[in-house]
Design a protein. Structure first.
Length: 602
């Protein structure tokens, strides 16, 4: 394919920090490119350079003449009293008198699910403002769309809408994102910026899962290469120490080769040392109680609306429960009841005696922008206590990738990712039996997310987690408690299973209409084979039976004898996971059969 945009020798420094140097990048027509990298690697800066918003220090650009580029920044900018309709008409440079443009606006608005075109921007929630910002760029009909963290502030429903839109895009797009499931589903090439790569970046065709496999292989090979070069350099050093007296041409050639080898080793060693990871490990009280928190027939309401009811479960050591649902569905209310901050409207929550519960709600964990990093990490004195040991504040800061010269920098001058690392550093110091984490991943880069996942999996207590990061939820959580926003809840094995259930529940009328239609009408199409029609007719019963098995597993996991027996609990977790996979597979097959039937009837 032809290249839309090419940069050669691209370099950029921010203050005294070198972001990237001498990059050679080409973006081809029709690409779906995911751009990733640790905080500070220059992802957003590179995207801004591509969009013409920031000038590089050096570099030559080749761009298709007349290329239409649209840019979605992390922070939206709207006139608050403008209506949704006016924002989009101005973006499309059109109004109702332009039927084609207005029709395009209506179509994209319908896809985005906006209920009211005449609503003022100032009345929209953060998630709907983000949708509006995305749609505003779509109505410009770009040939190249640049997206900087497009899933920030979107709930799961909004992310799914964006994924569906980008998977069928007729334009090229580049997206900076920390949402690994999003990257895996919409991108056909992943590129990571990093000074640990020879070219300053590493690019792999395929989604995020394939990228991680290839990246691990490359980095492992680079470390092995360093070891081989060290062995060769050791032999050459020994030879140089025995420097032959005769300065033959052959001896001089070997001396020159040894110098080149030393330069190569130095370069590889430098790259391998550029990989740094946050050191996250949650402190624990080591409590051995079988039941940490017991939830009995719990119910919650807000302003007369029922959020959930009849929730019963037990949080035991090693249990990791995810909470999923749309914004306002009741996740945070349930979390506050578990923390003891909110009285239930019905039912009861019982805590083990002397239980230590650590509740992290990022929306309430405000940092004073005027204090220094040192004060934020260590309010009193010069050391912090962590897992029974004293750490000097400089050493503690280094564990979270802060440099010594940042200690006296105001918090307000730090990036979003750096502020998130401060919150995590303060969180892990608090010994806990139960961790209640409400959106702990905001602004964390992918390397930090990976360490957080490992730490949560190793935490011996119980974890209850709310996150829009589906990848993290599936890796960490053994079960997902789904809230449908209509007062109902259910336990699921994975986020995808919960999403499949939500999609199924949103189609009841369509499905009932089909069932109420006489069977003659199905036969009328006559194009779905007898075998497939038989499978489709029995699919609902199979799903009900599989869900009953899943529910039975969930019920048995709460039994005292299972919670007291680690081997039995592990076996039942495996049985639960298998039952969950079966339900998920059946839902996927049901959707496939329904699609085949609809195609046959058309």
């Amino acid at each position: 394919m032809a290249a839309l945009l090419t940069w050669k020798g691209l370099s950029k420094t921010y203050g005294e920090q070198l972001l990237f140097e001498d990059l050679q990048i080409a973006v081809e027509e029709g690409e779906a490119l995911g751009l990733i990298g640790p905080n500070g690697s220059g992802k957003s800066t590179l995207l801004s350079i591509m969009g013409g918003l920031v000038s590089p220090d050096r570099g030559d650009r080749l761009m298709r003449k007349g290329l239409k580029v649209a840019f979605l920044s992390q922070d939206d900018s709207f006139t608050e009293n403008h209506t949704v309709r006016r924002v989009l008409e101005e973006a499309a440079a059109a109004g109702p008198e332009d039927p084609e443009a207005y029709g395009r606006i209506r179509r994209i608005m319908g896809e985005a699910g906006f209920p009211d075109l005449d609503a003022e921007v100032g009345t929209l929630s953060g998630g709907w403002r983000k949708r509006l910002a995305i749609v505003r760029e779509l109505v410009r009909l770009p040939e190249l769309l640049l997206l900087d963290e497009p899933t920030n502030h979107l709930d799961v429903e909004g992310i799914l809408w964006l994924e569906d839109r980008l998977k069928t895009a007729d334009f090229t797009f580049i997206s900076v994102s920390h949402d690994r499931r999003f990257l895996d589903r919409v991108c056909r090439r992943i590129m990571e910026l990093g000074r640990y790569y020879p070219d300053g970046f590493f690019s792999v065709m395929g989604g995020y899962e394939r990228f991680t496999e290839q990246r691990e292989l490359f980095l492992q090979q680079q470390e092995e290469r360093e070891a081989r070069l060290q062995n060769r350099m050791r032999r050459e050093t020994e030879w140089l120490r025995r420097m032959p007296k005769a300065r033959t041409t052959k001896a001089q050639y070997r001396i020159d080769a040894a110098a080149r080898l030393e330069d190569e080793l130095s370069s590889v060693r430098f790259r391998n040392r550029q990989q740094t990871r946050v050191e996250i490990g949650f402190d624990t009280t080591q409590r051995k109680s079988r039941k940490l928190v017991e939830v009995m027939d719990l119910g919650g309401r807000v302003e007369g609306r029922e959020l959930f009811s009849h929730i019963s479960l037990v949080l035991a050591p090693g249990m990791r429960l995810g909470l999923a649902g749309k914004n306002g569905a009741g996740k945070s209310t349930f979390m506050r009841m578990l923390a003891g901050e909110l009285r239930p409207d019905s039912g009861e929550v019982r805590w083990a005696e002397g239980l230590s519960v650590v509740y992290f709600d990022q929306s309430r964990e405000n940092l004073d922008p005027d204090i220094s990093l040192k004060q934020a990490l260590c309010p009193d004195g010069d050391s912090v206590m962590y897992q029974g040991r004293n750490f000097h504040v400089a050493s503690w800061a280094a564990k979270f990738l802060f440099k010594a010269d940042q200690l006296y920098q105001p918090v307000g001058k730090l990036s979003g990712g750096e502020k998130a690392r401060i919150l995590l550093a303060n969180l892990v110091r608090r010994p806990a039996d139960v961790l209640l984490l409400d959106e702990p991943t905001n602004d964390l880069d992918i390397p930090s997310l990976e360490v957080l996942e490992d730490s949560l999996q190793e935490f011996p207590g119980a974890v209850v987690l709310v996150s829009h990061d589906r990848y993290l939820m599936d890796r960490v959580c053994q079960r997902v408690l789904g809230f449908d926003g209509k007062g109902n809840t259910g336990l699921f094995a994975t986020m995808d299973q919960w999403l499949a259930d939500i999609r199924l529940s949103e189609k009841p009328k369509e499905k009932k209409t089909g069932n109420q239609t006489p069977k003659k009408e199905k036969k009328k199409s006559g194009k779905l084979s007898y075998k497939l029609q038989l499978e489709l007719d029995g699919m609902e019963q199979r799903i009900l039976e599989a869900e009953a098995r899943l529910e039975d597993c969930n019920h048995r996991m709460g039994a005292d004898e299972v919670l007291a027996d680690g081997n039995a609990l592990q076996f039942l977790c495996g049985e639960l996971e298998e039952a969950g996979r079966e339900v998920e597979a059946l839902y996927a097959r049901w959707e496939e059969l329904e699609q085949l039937r609809e195609e046959a009837e058309r």
